[in-house]
Design a protein around this ligand. Sequence first.
Ligand code: HEC
Length: 105
Amino acid sequence: MRSLPKIAATGISAVLFGILGLNQGFAADAVPRAELLASMCNTCHGTDGKGAKPMPSINGEEPADFIDLMQAFASGEEPTSIMDRHAQGYTEAELKLLAEYFSKQ
Ligand code: HEC
């Protein structure tokens, strides 16, 4: 029983290292960072953000408008059912990468 927390901690560390490794090491070489970030969005918004009904498409927007909208979601200025939580998970630099990526899709 005493070793359980240790096992849990090891497991959590492994997961964290996995995520960090994916972000910094693997992703930098194999998958461009913007594409990796966008893949999270595409699970709902369809391939390349082109919409998967009933989800809205998010491709082809002006990057500045896209960033404004994401920041309005994050601050709660623009009420949403889901996007407020998603929008809070990204830094300004990541939002810029996403905005540029989806503007070209
Ligand atoms: C769990 C599903 C889900 C994921 C994942 C998701 N979204 Fe959304 N998104 C929605 C829904 C649902 C809406 C409609 C607004 C609402 O109810 O939140 C939306 C709306 C949007 C809109 C506004 C579209 C419009 O025309 O009004 C943008 C922009 C957007 N999402 C960007 C993103 C980005 C960027 C990501 C990845 C960082 C992302 N979404 C991830 C579900 C999701």
